[in-house]
Design a protein. Sequence first.
Length: 462
Amino acid sequence: MERHRGATVRSRRPGRASRPRTPAVLAAALLAALALVLAVSGCTNRNAGEAGPGRTGASNTAPALGWGFTHTQYSADTGDDDAVARTRDLLSAQGLPQDQAIMGWGAGNPEPSPGTYDFSDLDRRVKYIRSTGATPVITLCCAPDWMKGGRAGASKTDWSVKALESAPLPTHYKDFAALAAKVAQRYPDVRHFIVWNELKGFYDDTAQRWNYEGYTQLYNQVYDALKKVDRNNLVGGPYLVMDSYGPQDQSYASGLKGPWGSVDQRVLDAFTYWNKHKKGADFVVVDGASFTRTNQMLPNAFSATDKLTAVTEWLRKQSGLPVWWAEYYVEPDKSGWSEQRRVATQAAGMMALARGGTSTAFYWSPEEQTGPCPGCLWTPTQQDDGGKELPMYALIARFAKAFPPGTDFTTVSIAADDVPNVRVLASGKDVLVVNTLDRAIDAKVDGKSFPMAAYEVRWLTR
C-alpha cells in the first residue's frame, strides 16, 4: 500500500476493480487534499527553476546501494523539532539510502503550470536526506496534471488516486523528460533515478495487458534527458509489479513459478519488451509481494518469500543488470500480526532478496501521525516524544551492515529438527536466525545452542 498527499494509494493491478465512491465523498476528499496541498506547499511560484540547494559531499555513483527505505507522506522531515532532530541522529548513524518521489508521497506539484516550478517540498526532503549523510534516490513520478490532460495551476492540482495514477499523454512525454532533467540539474549530487512508479496509468483495460510500448517510449526520453544532464547519472526501470497467482489459477500462469505460485505472464511480457527496446539502463527496478494477488501466502508466510529469490534471479539472468526492489511486501493488509511476527517475516523476506542477489531494496515506510505505528521505522515525529527507533528500523539497519551488496554467503550447520522451523542467512562474520514458529524453540545453528522465543530474530557472530 502506498500513500500520496491527501489520499491512500493502492497499486493499480489488472483485474482489480476500484471501490466505488459517491460524488459527495470524492468532493470532500478532493477539498481536504487541496487544503493540505495549500497548507504545506504554499505559493506555486516558489523556487521557479533556479539552482537548488548545493551538494553535500561527493556523489555516490555505485549501482548497488544496499538496504534502505522510501519516504512517504508523513516522514521524518516534519513535525516536532526535537523529534525531527532525534530521527536525524538515528538515520545519521548509518546513512541508509533513501528514496523520494517528485510528486506525491510528501511532495507537491513540481511544475503546476508549464515552465512554473515549485520544488519547495522536494527541496525539504532532499535536504533532510543529505543531512543524514545518506545517498538520495529520486523516483520520477508522478506527473503534473497538465501533462495528463488536466488543468494547469497549483490550485487546480487533482490529488485523487485516479488523477495521480494517470500517465502523461504521449504528446507530453518530452515535457516529462524535460522536468526530469530539471530535477537532475537542481540536485547535482543525486545520481540515482527511477523512472515512474508501477507503470501507473499504463494498463490497457480493453486489451487486458500493460501498455509497455508507451512506457518504454517515456522511459527512453527520460533516459536520454538524464544522461544529457550528466552521463554519470544512473537510470533504471521499469518498476513493474511482479504480481503472482496461486498454482490453482492458470489464467495468466508463466514459467516463473514455485510452490508460492507463478508470476503473471503479462508482467513478464512487459519486462521482456522494455528490456529489449530500452535505450539503456544502469539497473532494473521492480516491486512486489511474497503473497499472491488474492493474499495467499503459499505454502506459508515464510516459505512464500522464496518468490523474491526466484524473481530476482530471473531478472538478473534476463537483464544482466543489478536488480533493485523499489518496494517489497511480506505482510498482507490488515493481517493482525504482532510486531514480532511482522519483523520476523520481514527478516525472511530480506534474506530471500539477498539470496537472489538483490543489489538495492527500499522498505516502503509506513506512516502514522499519532499513536501506534505497525511496521514503522521510528515513532511519528508529529509527536513531541517521537523519532525513536522501532524494531523494524533496527532490523533493516543491522541487516544493511551485516549483508551489504556483494556479500559472500556461506552455509552453516543446522540441527535436523530445526531445519523446518528456522530461516538462516550467514556470511563469514554474521549469522541471522529467524524462528518461524509462534512458539518457543531450542535451536542449534552453526554449532551453537540457544533458546528462541516465538518469532524471534537472533543475530550470531562467527
